[in-house]
Every structure is written in C-alpha cells, then in structure tokens.
Design a protein around this ligand. Structure first.
Ligand code: PMT
Length: 400
C-alpha cells in the first residue's frame, strides 16, 4: 500500500531541525500525498511560510486568524488529516501536548485530532535525556502516539549525542510502515511455514559445523507474512534474531535433522512453505562424547550427508506452494533453476554472494525469482523489503 492520496498534517515547532521539513514535505508530495503544514509562532524564526507553502502547495498557518481576518479552523484541519506528524517536536511543544497546554494553533489542532499522531522530537542532548522529556515521551506513547526517536550525531549546539530529529527518509519510512501495517490481510486463512538461520552440526560437545546465516531473511519473511494475516510457523536454527511479532509461532532447532523433524510436524497443515534456512549439507558421522583433544597435527572428521529438508518437502508435496532459496557463488541462474526442478518447487529465490550486500548477515539482499516460466530481478533492498517482494510474488502465483 502506498501513501498516495493520504492527507498528512505536519505541525512544525521551533527548532533548528525545522529546516529538514522542506525535504519531508517534498518526499510526501513526490509520493502523491496531500500535505497541510501548520507551525507554532516560534517555528517561523527557523523556516518561512513561503518556502513551506510553496513545497506543500497549500497555505501554511501559524495562527487561528489570517491577516485578512478569516478563521483557520483547527477542528477542520484536525479532522481532515489521515495522520498528524509533529516534527520537529521541541521539549516545549511535547510538554504542552502531553499536559493540555492549549496556547497555540498547533496544540489546539493536535487536541482536536482523532487520527494517529507521530512525534519526531528534536532538541539538545541534555534536554532529550532530561527526565521530564523521557516522561513526556512515555506519556505520549501511552496516549497511543508513535514516537520516532531522535538520532545520535552532531547537534546545533556543537555537542554530540542523541537529540537530532530523525531524517526525513526515516519519518517517511515510519509513515509508510504504518499504512502498510494496515494493509489488506492478503494471506488471511493461509498457514505459512518458514525455515530460517543456519543449522549447527555437532562435532563434539563444544564444536560444530555451521555457516554465516544470521536468520534475518527468514525472520523478515515471517514478520511480513504475519502482517498479511497468515498463521506463521517459523522454524529457526541458532540465531540471535528476536521475533518482535507475538503472533509468529517460533520453534528453535539446532541441527538439520531436528529442523526436518519439526517441519514435518506441521507439513500437512501448511499452505505455503518457504525454505530460507542455510541447512548444513553434511554432518559428522559420529559426535564425539568428550571434547576432542589436540593430539595429532591433523584431524579427520568423516561427514555424512544430511537430509535435504526442502527436497523431502517437494517429494511429499500435495497442495503446498513451495518456495526455495538458492545461495550461489557461480553459475547462479543455472544452479537455481536446477534446484527448482530437482526439489519440485513452485518458485526459487536466488541470492548470489557475488552481489555486494546480498546473502548472509547483511541487512540487505538482492534477489532474482524464478518459476518454471517466469524470471523477475530485483534491486538491492533491505531484507524487510525483499520479504515484501517475495510474498507479493507468492501471492501473484497462488491467486492466479
Ligand atoms: O540468514 P541471513 O543472514 O539473512 O541470510 C539469508 C540466506 C543467505 C541464508 C538466505 O537468503 C538463503 O539463501 N538461504 C538458503 C541458503 C542455502 O542453503 O541455499 P542452498 O542453495 O544450499 O539450498 C537450496 C535450498 O534447499 C534452500 O532453500 C535450503 O533451505 C534448502 N536446503 C538445503 C540443504 C538441505 N540439507 N536442506 C534444505 O532444506
């Protein structure tokens, strides 16, 4: 879902970060949102009505009355808005918002608003760390408002610390995330099983064979599928990722064999299976009972093939839509298409370690998707956005 056509009310208070609002308005206007700007009287010391109204294509108001004696209705503006963003939000404006000190147009409009409110605080680091600010931000959160925390960096005072208003791109992302999270529950009624992370194959009680998978790709997929209304079962190898979505049913496993067993506890009940785990292909034939001692110059460990979880899923497929991943370093497309075929998949997602920013660990990935008949290539994106692309593609296939 985009923010095109959304009505965004931006309330600017008097801080140096007000200059960033020009960029924020431009971003929203580029995305075809409608923007109405209001300001506190002090904000006018930092930015002009003229520049803000030129960018927002609407008059900017600071007072209840116009020069020509007409009334700027705070109630009308408040009810017009789909969301209100207070940015920058100074310590003073925050305190007024949380304590009902209704002495200007911004606060009157805020108190009349029924829409979701976003707050992007900006102030010097000591003001930001002051207990009154912390308490007021907590209060605002209790009111149900969305806080977009200030960032660390150089402040107008020359000091360095937390207090810089979040960058316009961050604010836009938050807002888009908000509208997206309200998007249609396109996977409602579907059960999605996702494997994630690495597997660890024990050598002895202290050592294992593993790989660099962080689990991020799988966790992003699980969160996105859950946002779309699916019942999500996430089976994850050892990872430090934390699942933020309480609706996702997380099962932790260690080895490939445990992962296989867990997958098949649920397999008959799922509609969609997505295998993003980096499963170890081989495991030690024997697991030493005690820690292996450093005696000889070399050590040989016999490895035997692990079960191929996804291949087994493919063999037992009845109604499930199966998505595999292919992590390649050479002959990427050929190998990915080979896996699509061999594992009886409906779709495969190729990520190549030759693409910078793709594959393991990174917060980003760059993928190509293949089905028997289609190929689609995507840009380098955050794993959260890659998860959206993958699920959009899955939906386009299952709804065919
Ligand atoms: O976890 P991150 O740090 O975010 O990194 C994400 C990722 C790079 C691990 C992920 O995007 C990815 O590519 N996962 C698959 C890695 C992999 O093992 O690829 P493969 O080409 O070796 O395996 C092909 C497919 O078979 C995969 O879907 C894999 O889950 C599955 N498989 C492989 C071996 C095996 N024994 N059982 C399996 O199920």
């Amino acid at each position: 879902m985009s923010i095109s056509g959304k009505k965004i009310l931006i309330a600017v208070s008097g801080g140096i970060a007000a200059y960033k609002i020009h960029f924020l308005i431009r971003e929203f206007i580029k995305k075809d949102a409608e923007v109405q700007v209001i300001m506190t009287p002090d904000a006018e010391h930092f930015v002009t009505k003229l520049s803000l109204s030129t960018l927002s294509k609407k008059p900017v108001y600071t007072d209840f009355y116009n020069e020509n004696g007409t009334w700027n209705s705070h109630v009308e503006m408040a009810l017009w808005a789909d969301i209100m963003i207070v940015a920058p939000c100074t310590a003073n404006t925050l305190a007024k918002m949380t304590h009902g000190m209704c002495d200007n147009l911004v606060i009157a409009t805020y108190m009349s608003a029924k829409c979701p409110v976003f707050i992007a605080p900006a102030m010097d680091l000591d003001m930001y760390a002051h207990p009154s600010t912390t308490q007021n931000l907590e209060l605002a959160e209790d009111f149900g408002h969305f806080i977009i925390p200030a960032e660390n960096g150089e402040l107008a005072s020359g000091l360095i610390g937390q207090g810089r208003m979040a960058e316009p791109e961050t604010i836009v992302k938050e807002v888009e995330g908000f509208f997206n999270s309200n998007h249609k529950k396109t996977l409602e009624g579907k059960t999605v099983l996702i494997t994630a992370g690495p597997t660890y194959e024990a050598i002895d009680p202290v050592r294992f064979i593993g790989n660099h998978s962080s689990g991020k790709m799988g966790f992003s997929l699980a969160e996105e599928a859950s946002k779309r209304g699916a019942k999500v079962i996430l089976i994850s190898g050892p990872t430090s990722q934390v699942m933020g979505d309480k609706n996702v049913d997380v099962h932790k496993v260690t080895s490939a064999k445990e992962m296989l067993q867990k997958v098949f506890e649920f397999y008959d009940t799922i509609d969609i299976g997505i295998a993003s785990a980096a499963v170890a292909d081989y495991a030690p034939k024997e697991i030493a009972k005690e820690k292996i001692k450093k005696n000889d110059d070399s050590l040989t460990i016999e490895l035997i093939k692990n079960p191929d979880i996804l291949k087994t899923m493919g063999e037992k497929k009845t109604h499930q839509f199966l998505v595999g991943f292919a992590l390649e370093t050479q002959n990427e497309e050929e190998n990915a298409k080979g896996k699509l075929e061999k594992k009886n998949l409906d779709m495969i997602v190729l990520n190549s370690l030759r693409d910078e920013g793709a594959g393991f660990k990174n917060d980003t990935n760059k993928i190509k998707i293949f089905t028997q008949t289609e190929k689609k290539e995507f840009e380098l994106k955050s794993k959260d956005d890659v998860a959206k692309d993958i699920l959009n593609f899955v939906e386009s296939q299952i709804l065919k």
